[in-house]
Write a protein of this length. Structure first.
Length: 157
């Protein structure tokens, strides 16, 4: 048996059968005119502009969702602050009534004005926290910046 490095004793033509050539069908390259090239470029440009509009629309929608969520938190905080202001007004009016009434008339251990003041303090604290959180959410939102608008601003400067 011959080693791998030794030349075969039989000619290579006898070891392998000759291959038949495959039929090759060459199609002529399509002739492109300047009009067809311009038409293709305009079609690609239109597609790119449509994609840019879709991207812009999606970015604006995402920012709008963030702003709506922040506005809901902020509005809830402001509403609680408004309700607490009403309770402060009630507690002040009851305090005035308590101060002008004779001693010993109110059998409760905690006067009504103090009850209103406690509720107002709790609502004020909660509303203030929610308002601060909503404000922080608004500040954390990165405003939408369209790259095309930014390029145009830089070009005009």
């Amino acid at each position: 048996m011959p080693s791998v490095l030794e030349a075969p004793s039989e000619p290579l033509e006898e070891l392998f059968e000759p291959l038949e050539p495959l039929p090759v069908q060459l199609e002529p390259a399509p002739v492109q005119t300047a009009a067809s090239l311009v038409s293709g470029i305009l079609g690609d440009l239109q597609h790119l502009v449509e994609q840019q509009f879709q991207l812009t629309r999606m970015q604006i929608a995402a920012e709008l969702r963030e702003r709506v969520a922040a506005a809901a938190v902020l509005a809830t905080g402001v509403l609680l602050l408004l309700v607490s202001a009403i309770f402060v007004c009630l507690s002040v009016s009851h305090l005035l009534h308590w101060m002008t009434s004779p001693l010993g008339i109110d059998p409760a251990s905690l006067p009504l004005w103090a009850c209103h003041a406690v509720v107002a303090a709790i609502l004020s604290l909660t509303g203030g926290i929610l308002a601060c959180v909503g404000r922080a959410q608004f500040r954390s939102i990165v405003p939408f910046r369209n790259p095309i608008t930014e390029i145009m601003k830089e070009t005009l400067k």
